[in-house]
Design a binder for this molecule. Structure first.
Ligand SMILES: [Zn+2]
Length: 497
């Protein structure tokens, strides 16, 4: 879908029109005939069978050869709730437009706030993406959306589009099977994107380099694979950039202390020698969603020149049972010297993340480390697919900020405890730590606890995105497949810095 901002005279508009209507006081300026208006008013005021008035609805009016998709919503609610409703209704409108084979759409509104219109366009955009590069039959997509110019400036709108574009790329990478995107090709792809962005530095470390760094976790997980691992380091310093442009003196300490984003990049997870049973292996191409998310966040920040200093650390490998695959009972020595007893080779994500977190602690002076990882099935069992299971250590303020913006953009997180009692569950008789808890209970928390060990006293936030990175079934404005969930959250967090 391509976008234009333009003046739209709604009453005289002849093409397909989407019209948003949330505030009753705007009734006079609706582009509706008398009967249509009566119908809308009736639905907005009369209680249904359950005695409730339902103001949120979409109705399509024929204006052959075109249509009006009329979107009524209730604006008398908290802003975040209104905006999420609009995102979801946008997905419904898109389905109608696709049914009607409407190639061109125009969007106008009255009595509506710019952020409400923005949420609607966002929903429409996110719902439009589909992973269809392998389908022989081309699927129908709306080609063009003209948005009423009264709501945004060109710059604001362009910045939004760049963010959505990064969400698409994240989804595309996650949706690609490992046969089409392994650690090496993903690293190459990231490098080539970084090269197009003048302010992003990208270093790709190969197996030999990773060996010289003694990243025991990443190397162990990679041992059963024919594909080599990669460790990708990307850096973007928007503070220096902002200082250069505005001659403002930067706070050197702030500049030196980056926000470090760590993303789990298990390109495919078979479980390793503890191979996944039955159909649990399906969709495991999505086990690199954390890495794709963090790369996309850094790219979006660079696209829109946010004044933040970011480092992204992405350990990439697949987890296979081949050759000399690492095994339960192995004891690994990690990048920071911690020894880890392997209990289950399917708990591999935390091993590669631990090396990356320790690398951040040793080589940067992070203001905060944030990781994103499709880490535990336990996170999905705890909160289903409605948000992120999250934990923090020494990072209360940043965590509160993340929660706040998460509620605003509707990519929410819930805090799990870091109680010291959980430490007992990851103690090993033979090494410093074990990679799985001694009980199957609290699997999300023991994983977070394991990782927090490697952050030492650096402020640390763990985002377990196992429930939200990839949807088996369509969910509102997500089609089945990769979601890019977390990018809007982290981008909004960076905007607040
Ligand atoms: Zn696993």
């Amino acid at each position: 879908m391509t976008y234009t901002l333009q003046e739209i005279n709604t009453k005289a508009y002849e093409g397909n029109l989407i019209f948003l209507y949330g505030d009753d006081s705007a009734e006079r300026s609706l582009p509706l005939g008398k009967r249509e208006l009566e119908l809308v008013n009736q639905r907005r005021t009369q209680a249904g069978p359950d005695d409730k008035v339902e103001k949120d609805f979409v109705v399509a009016f024929d204006r052959l050869p075109s249509r009006i998709y009329f979107v009524s919503f209730d604006s008398e609610r908290p802003a975040a709730e209104v905006q999420e409703t609009l995102r979801r209704m946008a997905a419904d409108v898109l389905k109608l437009a696709e049914r009607d084979r409407a190639k061109h759409l125009a969007l106008a509104a009255t009595g509506t706030l710019p952020e409400e219109v923005a949420a609607f366009v966002e929903g429409l955009t996110l719902a439009d993406y589909s992973f269809d590069r392998f389908c022989s039959k081309e699927r129908f997509h709306v080609e063009q959306l003209a948005v009423s110019a009264m709501f945004f400036s060109e710059d604001e709108f362009a910045a939004q589009q760049r963010l959505w574009n990064r969400i698409f790329w994240c989804r595309e990478w996650v949706n690609l099977p490992v046969a089409d995107l392994n650690a090496a090709t993903f690293a190459d792809e990231l490098k080539s994107v970084a090269e197009d962005l003048e302010d992003v530095k990208c270093t790709v470390m190969d197996k030999r380099k990773i060996e010289s760094l003694r990243m025991g976790g990443l190397l162990a997980v990679n041992r059963g694979s024919v594909d080599e691992p990669r460790f990708v380091v990307m850096e973007y310093d928007g503070r220096k950039l902002a200082a250069k442009e505005s001659d403002v003196v930067v706070d050197e300490q702030q500049t030196e202390q980056p926000i470090v984003l760590v993303g789990k990049g298990v390109m495919y997870d078979t479980g390793g020698l503890n191979i996944k049973p039955d159909d649990y292996m399906q969709e495991m191409k999505s086990d690199m969603a954390g890495a794709a998310t963090m790369a996309s966040v850094l790219f979006a920040a660079a696209d829109n020149r946010l004044p933040v200093h970011l480092v992204a650390l992405l350990p990439l490998t697949d987890n296979r049972p081949g050759f000399n695959a690492y095994a339960a009972d192995d004891i690994l020595t990690m990048y920071d010297g911690t020894t880890v007893e392997i209990v289950n080779t399917d708990a591999e994500g935390r091993l590669i993340l631990a090396d990356a977190i320790a690398y951040a602690v040793k080589n940067y002076h992070p203001r905060v480390i944030i990781d994103a990882a499709t880490l535990t099935g336990a996170a999905v069992r705890a909160i289903s697919t409605f948000g992120i299971a999250a934990m923090q250590q020494n990072a209360g303020r940043d965590f509160s900020m993340l929660q706040l913006v998460g509620n605003e953009v509707y990519e929410r997180l819930v805090e799990f405890p870091m109680w010291k009692e959980y430490d007992e569950l990851i103690k090993s008789d033979f090494a410093d730590l074990r990679n799985c808890g001694t009980t199957p209970q609290a699997g999300t928390i023991t994983a977070g606890k394991f990782l927090a060990h490697f952050a030492k006293d650096v402020p640390y936030i763990h985002l377990d995105i196992a429930g939200v990175a990839y949807f088996s079934k369509p969910q509102h404005y997500y089609r089945a497949g990769a979601s890019g969930y977390g990018i809007r959250l982290l981008y909004a967090f960076l905007q607040m810095q």
